[in-house]
Design a protein around this ligand. Structure first.
Ligand code: SF4
Length: 421
């Protein structure tokens, strides 16, 4: 059973809640928090010491739209690789901020590789496994002192799977003394939040400015994550990194992450997101970036690439052609977007519709910037195209896909071309 949560009053129109006001944290060339657009980030799954492999994957993630990329730094070889990865990316013209993910031995690795400490744009510290017993506080302080010395921000990232056991035991003991004890789930949530928030306050006491701290407290359950972040957001003004940890593989991971993050983002909570998907065998790591972008775009928080509205198809559709057309169109606009971002800013806001017949086709097409209705069963072999609500042309024959794509490219050229000079 979940505890009652004090809910904010929803806004009266269809817009999300106003963004929660947080500290603005400069991370390399990107700013997280302070009301800025929610930043998309991702993490590599290469061995960081494999420099060519890691450079290739960071570049892929960046090209897909990741605005920050985290890498594991777990041994001297990976720490030594970081500055070389940074250098090679710069040579490719890629300045995406790199984040080092540190656990038990982070203090030693940063001490042993000053070039790694310098090359990273942020250090991720897990207060649950920064060290144990008496060493915990000392090693945490050492990591914060590195951040101060090198002028870097940190993410203090607590995780359900590596909860600070000493703190959890202390809170369990305190709970026994309560007149009405909390249930175990609430105590553990409290431990997770306190682990993050208390560690952040300790970092401030050591001397790290508040605007150099991002917090996260990740769990793998949707309702738990929502409860943890609502509570944490009500206690602090630190910028928050959202993510459902160990979300899973395939549609389960996508749905669980989207369900949890959409609720929080709708309430104005969250300054940067990561979708922790387990890739299917052979699937690109970039899937997590695309899901993060689509989550932000479909909820109306940011626009990255033109969105294609497509009907699901039914017994009225005569072939798979309209499904193929929807896919080709989405891939075409996604593929052109990196160039359009520079040459045709605003093209990311364009909306497209690909519909299977005339039942809902023309209506949906009128709502899009450009929409097409393919002929359904028993309909004349003609595909009307609407542009900005007006019927512009009817396509026929073998080359409907190419002609429709040409219309899209022409529309982008006419509407979004950057003014000369
Ligand atoms: S638009 Fe036509 S083809 Fe598509 S789902 Fe509706 S009735 Fe079926």
């Amino acid at each position: 059973m979940h505890d009652a949560v004090t809910r904010p009053t929803p806004p009266t129109d269809a817009a999300p809640w106003p963004r929660r006001i947080t500290q603005a944290v400069q991370i390399g060339n990107t700013v997280v928090g302070g009301g800025r657009p929610v930043v998309v980030q991702s993490m590599t799954n290469t061995d960081t010491a494999d420099i060519p492999g890691s450079v290739k994957q960071v570049a892929e993630l960046w090209r897909a739209g990741s605005e920050m990329v985290r890498l594991t730094v777990n041994n001297p070889e990976s720490a030594a690789a970081i500055p070389r990865i940074r250098e090679k990316l710069e040579m490719m013209g890629i300045s995406v901020p790199l984040i080092g993910d540190f656990h038990y031995n982070g203090h030693q690795l940063l001490a042993g590789e000053p070039a790694c400490a310098e090359a990273l744009a942020k250090y991720r510290i897990n207060p649950g496994n920064v060290g144990f017993g008496k060493k915990k506080d000392t090693q945490f302080a050492q990591l914060i002192e590195f951040a101060i010395r090198y002028g870097k921000p940190v993410r203090i990232g607590a995780n359900w799977g590596s909860l600070d056991q000493a703190l959890a035991a202390q809170l369990m003991d305190e709970n026994h003394a309560r007149e009405v004890p909390w249930d175990a789930g609430r105590v553990l949530r409290e431990a997770l939040i306190r682990s993050a928030v208390d560690s952040a306050e300790r970092a401030v006491e050591i001397g790290l400015p508040r605007d150099r701290i991002v917090l996260s407290a990740k769990v793998s359950g949707v309702q738990e994550l929502i409860a943890v972040y609502r509570d944490m957001a009500s206690r602090t003004d630190f910028a928050l990194h959202l993510g459902l940890t160990e979300a899973g593989i395939g549609s389960k991971g996508i749905v669980a992450s989207s369900a949890a993050l959409a609720v929080l983002l709708q309430e104005g909570i969250g300054d940067t997101i990561r979708i922790s998907l387990t890739p299917e065998p052979g699937q690109s790591r970039t899937q997590e970036v695309i899901v993060a972008q689509e989550l932000l775009q479909t909820t109306g928080l940011r626009a990255f690439t033109p969105m294609v509205t497509a009907c699901p198809g039914c017994g009225r559709t005569t072939s798979e052609f309209f499904q193929e057309l929807a896919k080709v169109v989405q891939e075409h606009v996604r593929g052109r977007m990196p160039e359009w971002k520079v040459t045709h800013p605003g093209a990311e806001n364009m909306t497209l519709a690909v519909m299977g017949c005339v039942v809902n086709g023309p209506g949906e097409s009128r709502h899009a910037n450009i929409g097409i209705s393919l002929p359904g069963t028993g309909e004349a072999p003609a595909a009307p195209v609407f542009v900005d609500g007006e019927k512009k042309v009817t396509l026929r024959g073998e080359n409907i896909a190419q002609e429709f794509i040409a219309l899209i490219d022409g529309y982008v050229e006419a509407k979004y071309a950057r003014a000369a000079g």
